[in-house]
Structure formats: C-alpha cells, structure tokens
Design a binder for this molecule. Structure first.
Ligand SMILES: [Zn+2]
Length: 137
C-alpha cells in the first residue's frame, strides 16, 4: 500500500485504494448490465468490471466518505433503483455525499489534466472549490 499525503486531511499515511465514483454504482451497473461487464465511453471496446480507483485517502478519511456513501445507497439509491420508491427523508448525509463525489471528480480531473489550458482565474476558482470541498468533507 503506497505511503503519501492524504488528499483530504493532509496526514502522511498508508493511502487506501478507493473508487472515484462509489463502488455500489458499479455493482448495480454490473448487476443490471445483463452480462456482468461494463464499458466506458473512453474505451468502448474494452469490457471492465469495476470503476476507476486511486490511492488518495487515508483509512480514516476513506471511512468518513464511506459513511455518507452507505447512507446514500441505503436511503436513496437502492430504494429508487430497486424498490420503486420516489421519496426520501433528507439528511445531512445527502449533501455530504454529493460534495464528496464532486470533490473526488475534481481530484480526478486535476490529475488527468494538470489543469493545462485553464485560464488563471479558472485555476484559482478550482483551487477554491477544492479547498471548500476538502473542508466540508
Ligand atoms: Zn485522511
């Protein structure tokens, strides 16, 4: 397991291999795909069984984000996708989950693009969004 600085809390630690988008989404996609495989738009001819993962978080932060993921999947995702529900009881978990997913997607795009081609003003807004997301999570 690689050592490094956790992107969320900044502590040097063993970095967990975690999904950028939550694992339950890919589990559900596999189960509903008919053949157990997925295809991504970036490489449509390649069959895959899981989503992208990165070593970004310490075990504590991984657990922190995992709590709102668990709430989201149990209280919203599966009731809507499997049980035909159309109502939820809102809780803080929903905003936390949405911000954490947005923050992880931002980390991915920062890594993939190194923010090349973005205007300085955009880069500073991205840094602001990154810090806001990190503090909120
Ligand atoms: Zn951490």
């Amino acid at each position: 397991m690689p050592q490094g600085q956790c992107r969320l809390c900044g502590v040097e630690s063993n970095l967990q291999l975690s999904h950028i988008l939550p694992a339950f989404v890919f589990r559900w996609l596999r189960e509903s795909s008919g053949n157990g495989y997925l295809r991504f738009g970036s490489s449509p001819n390649l069959r895959v069984q899981d989503g992208l993962k990165r070593h970004w978080l310490c075990v504590s932060c991984e657990g922190l984000l995992g709590r709102s993921e668990t709430d989201f999947s149990a209280k919203l995702f599966y009731p809507f996708t499997s049980d035909g529900s159309n109502r939820i009881i809102y809780g803080e978990w929903l905003l936390h989950f949405c911000v954490s997913v947005s923050w992880r997607v931002l980390q991915f795009f920062k890594d993939e693009t190194s923010l090349k081609g973005y205007e300085p003003d955009a880069v500073s807004r991205i840094a602001e969004a990154d810090a806001t997301g990190r503090h909120f999570c």
